[in-house]
Design a protein around this ligand. Sequence first.
Ligand code: ATP
Length: 236
Amino acid sequence: MSESLPGATLLAAANLTKNYGNSTALAGVSLQVRAGEATAVMGASGSGKTTLLHCLAGIVLPDAGTVRYSGAAPVEVSSLNDGARSALRRTEFGFVFQQGLLIPELTAGENVALALMLNGTPRPAAEQQAVAALAALGLAGMEGRRIGELSGGQAQRVAIARAQVNGARVLFADEPTGALDSRTSAEVMALLLQSVAGTGRALVVVTHDPEVARWCSRVVTLADGRIVADTAEVAR
Ligand SMILES: Nc1ncnc2c1ncn2[C@@H]1O[C@H](COP(=O)(O)OP(=O)(O)OP(=O)(O)O)[C@@H](O)[C@H]1O
């Protein structure tokens, strides 16, 4: 896969609005996500952070506004159908959520291999790549363990391996350290940041934790569905 140059815009959201019944989740958000950048999205509970992440990733469609993804072939995420959006998520994006989204009945290796197999990699090759991806994240020899046999920090490493193994250009993380102690949080964040800093990839991380935000190169703050602060704007 060709990589974007650091600094190139990977995702451009313009004037996103999203309402759920009477509650406004997004009230006109415009944001560009650039390669090499780690963006923390902060704000009070209910300010629209997860909704923004879901709109950027094509999990949720905005009521109005657009999301453009500049991958190998630029696409308007917000006008793709369900099937095309899931294909985009599978091939171009990676996800790390608080609960990992891992399948507890499968081993660490199988969880990672599955992501590759869904994209057409034959099982033996997928298993080999999974073992290597886990080893690169400090989990050598743990591929045979079920998720329940791992610590919270180890399970998040498996989630990171699974999110990255297809060469995702944008990693989306929603409270990835929410269930971890501060030392393990720091380790997990270091691994997430390492995968984007100075590369053609980007990280968008929703967090309540100021420590997590401090490690990111940019902090965007939401209030009532709007961006009220953006450190990238201050820097410019
Ligand atoms: N699926 C949904 N159905 C109904 N309302 C929703 C849904 N998703 C979000 N909302 C509402 O939209 C608003 C924004 O929610 P969102 O989850 O994006 O906020 P958040 O900043 O991520 O909150 P938190 O920090 O508590 O996770 C809230 O008022 C929420 O209740």
